[in-house]
Design a protein around this ligand. Structure first.
Ligand code: PLP
Length: 409
């Protein structure tokens, strides 16, 4: 069980008013708030030991390098990676997926090959594969959704074929909250020798993830969705795959030896981290991992199941005017509710509830193909995290009731 009131004390930003009302922050799928512990890690670095990493012999440089690498260890341990060498720091999920598309996919995907995604991907895990498919003469295929907003796993055998080279799937949909049975997908991909990339942007912050157990080849996620800073994330790559990959960016620190006309590459994972990295944010991401581990990932998941189940029940009061989407079985669903009211544009709904202090996201959520499939121009979305309470759900539902009444006039 989480002590939500104690947790809320760790988040300075939550204690403010918006339009004269207490802030109710329900846009956690876009980005989460940061606890003092993470903010302090940034302050400690900049006030105490700001220095470049992997270069200097001086004390501050040594301290910064140790903290930067310790953070990598924490991240590896957090997601069950066999070694911290399998973790490449990136700017976030988007950069991590692009890294794979510009390196591994460039070398390994050719004419006639197939790349399989799901029909509910974030643009981050779709547009990079469109580029590869177009450039290489490969085909992009989608695992379809069922009416209950879960993946139609019965199609795996026909969608994933001998031609499939890569299966790139989300672990949790940022629109529907659907949790994807990625382990089964990895097993199906293995049968045809395909590699698997998992977009874990919405999964790592909310549930226990173990990449070794999943046996995936690539796993990408973002720090800012898990109490960490923006501008930092990570890509896990299975060692045997990473060893064979060509570097992404070229420049300082990713090299071992440089001559005028050629160079050799540094050890893993530095080979993939050219130039001065995002040191402060990498260290603060380690502090975010510490924070989440202290709360316990199973407790976080349980809290979100409880909040989501409370919200689904509370939304029954709105069901005449408003539809919501996503699996009803909470075993297959994270803390996300997307909803749509026939008579009110989601942006109007979002602006109205903001005047009651409630922050929700409205729009296509970077998932336009899914919006088209849902037959909607956009949705409003409430997404929950460790500091959200059932009282906040009541405030949301109350503000939505007022909005629906107001716009029906
Ligand atoms: N994938 C999913 C499922 C997401 O929800 C997001 C962000 O919303 C991303 C990828 C992209 O993450 P980032 O913008 O941090 O790179």
């Amino acid at each position: 069980m989480l002590d939500v009131q104690a947790i809320r004390k760790d988040f300075p930003i939550l204690h403010q008013s918006v339009h004269g009302k207490p802030l109710v922050y329900l846009d956690n799928a876009a980005t989460t708030q940061k606890p003092r512990q993470v903010i302090q890690a940034l302050v400690d670095y900049y006030e105490g030991y700001n220095s470049n990493v992997h270069r200097a012999v001086h004390t501050l440089g040594q301290k910064a390098t140790a903290a930067y690498e310790e953070s990598r260890e924490k991240i590896a341990n957090f997601i069950g990676a066999p070694s911290s060498q399998d973790i490449v720091y990136t700017r976030g999920t988007t950069e991590a997926i692009n890294l794979v598309s510009y390196t591994w996919a460039e070398e390994n995907i050719g004419p006639g090959d197939e790349i399989v995604v799901t029909e509910m991907e974030h643009h981050s895990n779709l547009v990079p594969w469109q580029r590869i498919a177009q450039a290489k003469g490969a085909t992009l295929k989608g695992i379809p959704l069922k009416e209950d907003w879960t993946l139609d796993m019965s199609t795996l055998g026909s969608v994933i074929t001998e031609r499939t080279k890569l299966v790139a799937v989300t672990h949790m949909s940022n629109v529907l909250g659907t949790i994807v049975p990625v382990k089964e997908i990895v097993q199906a991909a293995r049968r045809v020798g395909a590699k698997v990339l998992i977009d874990g942007a919405q999964a790592v912050p909310h549930m226990r993830v173990n990449v070794a157990d999943l046996d995936c080849d690539f796993y990408a996620f973002s720090g800012h969705k898990m109490c960490g800073p923006t501008g930092i994330g990570a890509l896990y790559v299975k060692e045997e795959v990473l060893k064979e990959m060509e570097p992404f960016h070229r420049g300082g620190e990713m090299v071992r030896e440089v001559w005028f006309d050629r160079a050799t590459w540094n050890d893993l994972p530095m080979r993939f981290e050219a130039g001065t990295p995002n040191i402060a944010d990498a260290i603060a991401l380690g502090a975010a991992v510490d924070y989440l581990q202290t709360l316990g990932m199973d407790n976080i998941r349980q809290h979100e199941i409880e909040i989501t189940s409370y919200a689904i029940e509370a939304f029954k009061e709105l069901e005449e005017d408003l539809d919501h989407y996503g699996p009803r079985d909470l075993q297959y669903r994270g803390g996300i509710i997307s909803f749509y009211a026939e008579d009110v544009h989601p942006h109007d709904l979002g602006t109205f509830v903001d005047s009651y202090g409630v922050a929700i996201r409205t729009g296509h959520h970077c998932a336009m193909p899914l919006m088209r499939q849902m037959g909607l121009p956009a949705t409003a979305r409430a997404s929950f995290y460790v500091y959200n309470t059932t009282e906040e759900i009541d405030i949301l539902v109350d503000a939505l009731k007022k909005a629906l009444r107001y716009f029906s006039k």
